[in-house]
Write a protein that binds this ligand. Structure first.
Ligand code: PA5
Length: 467
């Protein structure tokens, strides 16, 4: 199992900035027990948005995904994922971590004949045009993913690409499309039915940011040869361990409580800092999960709380030469999470070539030793400055441990949401911006909203004398 180490948030290590951890665990043990019991009891209740807790047991989906991957095996050079936010970040983070680094520029043999994978998660025209210049769409399988079936970014990309595919392949273009969307509703579902696309379902009661282990994540991952059975094994073992209602045995509850109490003490900024480039996108996924789930205006009773947990991403060792100055000496308003990898896939020895230059301390060591020494050094330096930090240790980066990590964070988010007494599964702030975009782009039914918006923009300018 992955390991969670909270030594460096204890007051025995960082003094008053820290917590008397046993006292905190004991005080919150009944509350945590109640929360975990409630989550497990209500997970199958429609509308609870907890179906992500069942995804590790959805054998049928895994079977269909593997069948599809086997069916298209060898037919495509590229997988192009169209999606945004929760519809893209999970698979992107997992594939970046699990595929060999620089996957897309490796020779086919080095990719074990699996396709390259691209995520078009933005609507920058220059980026889209450049990608279309390098992709042979005839040899590209497009996985368009949107739960609502109507998100402007994803659907505009799909319209552009569908048009090009059709011009190249005629009616056969359908064979290059696989859609992942709601089982019944939404424009993409309707289009899929009309056009006859192969489809997968975003299950009910699974929000985008909790969907990585549904077909949303599993389809693209399986298409590039990632072992989804091992992912499922990793989720199951973590799920089993996180069903434990004893806070002393439940790492997700521990980390949720630590972050909750740290926020109360003023350390509301949560920095995710893996010491592994392959986990860089894990931080992006985490930032979305934490921000969208916890940044809420109201609690469940309708009290205005403007909840503030603020996720930030950093990368070790790179950001030691950038952000660490602030973390050590700036405001003590952060809790830093380090992720350490015990055993990297490969090892590089540093040759002892500059013997008499003062660099010989590096010679004959490995880069692996250096990166982990830097992680240790940074953690100790933070403690010297009385800055709270926790460490998660991954024995290796593989499907099994990574699934544990992702699932632990999903559960941790659900638990801290309960501690805050907020709805961690809605996103009114995101919907607001989506609706304004529809209005500005002239979508039918949004005319009133469009007028209102134009008036607001105009009024703001007038106030500043800019109109
Ligand atoms: O986590 C979420 O719910 C959001 O980030 C959505 O995934 C994102 O807005 C994309 O939505 P959709 O999948 O409907 O296109």
């Amino acid at each position: 199992m992955i390991k969670f180490d909270y030594t460096n948030i204890c007051n025995t290590v960082i003094g008053e900035a820290g917590l008397d951890i046993n006292q905190c665990f004991n005080e919150y043990a009944p509350k945590v027990q109640e929360i975990i019991t409630k989550l497990n009891m209500s997970k199958d209740k429609p509308g609870s948005w907890l179906q992500w807790m069942n995804l590790g047991y959805n054998e049928e989906t895994v079977w269909y995904v593997k069948e599809f991957a086997a069916m298209v095996d060898g037919r495509f050079d590229n997988i192009l994922v169209l999606g945004i936010g929760g519809s893209a970040l999970g698979a992107q983070a997992m594939s970046e971590a699990l595929l060999k680094p620089y996957w897309n520029i490796l020779d086919k043999e080095k990719r074990d004949n699996f396709p390259r994978i691209f995520f078009l998660d933005n609507i920058d025209p220059d980026q889209i045009n450049s990608l279309l210049d390098i992709l042979d769409l005839r040899k590209t399988l497009v996985n368009v993913i949107t739960k609502s079936g109507s998100t402007a970014e994803t659907m505009s990309q799909f319209m552009i690409i569908k048009d090009r595919l059709y011009n190249l392949l005629g009616d056969d273009y359908r064979k290059n499309v696989v859609a992942t969307t709601d089982k019944q509703t939404g424009i993409l579902r309707q289009l899929s039915n009309e056009e006859g696309y192969k489809t997968f379902v975003v299950p009910d009661d699974v929000g985008g940011r909790f969907s990585v282990f549904s077909a949303v994540g599993l389809v693209p991952l399986a298409l590039v040869g990632i072992d989804i059975d091992e992912i499922i094994r990793g989720i199951k073992i973590m799920d089993l361990s996180l069903k434990n209602t004893d806070i002393y045995k439940n790492v997700a509850a521990q980390n949720a409580l630590i972050h909750y109490l740290m926020d109360k003490k003023g350390q509301y900024i949560s920095v995710m800092m893996p010491y592994s480039s392959r986990l860089r996108y894990f931080s992006d996924w985490y930032v979305q999960l934490w921000a969208e789930s916890l940044g809420k205006e109201f609690d469940r009773e309708g009290n205005k709380i403007n909840n503030r947990p603020t996720p930030i991403k950093a990368l070790g060792a790179t950001d030691q030469h950038s952000q660490i100055q602030l973390y050590n000496e700036g405001q003590n308003d952060k809790i830093i999470t380090f992720i350490r990898v015990d055993e990297f896939d490969t090892e590089i020895r540093i040759p002892n070539i500059f013997e008499y230059t003062g660099l010989n301390y590096l010679g004959d060591k490995t880069i692996n030793q250096l990166i982990n020494a830097e992680a240790d050094a940074t953690a100790v330096a933070l403690c010297d400055y009385k800055r709270p930090n926790v460490t998660i240790r991954l024995p290796k980066i593989n499907e099994y441990y990574l699934a544990q990590l992702f699932y632990m964070y999903e559960m941790q988010t659900a638990i801290i949401g309960e501690l805050y007494n907020i709805d961690a599964f809605n996103q009114p702030g995101v919907e607001q911006a989506k609706n304004y975009t529809y209005a500005l782009m002239g979508r039918m039914g949004y005319e009133e909203s469009a007028n209102e918006l134009q008036n607001k923009i105009q009024k703001n300018k007038e106030v500043l004398g800019l109109s």
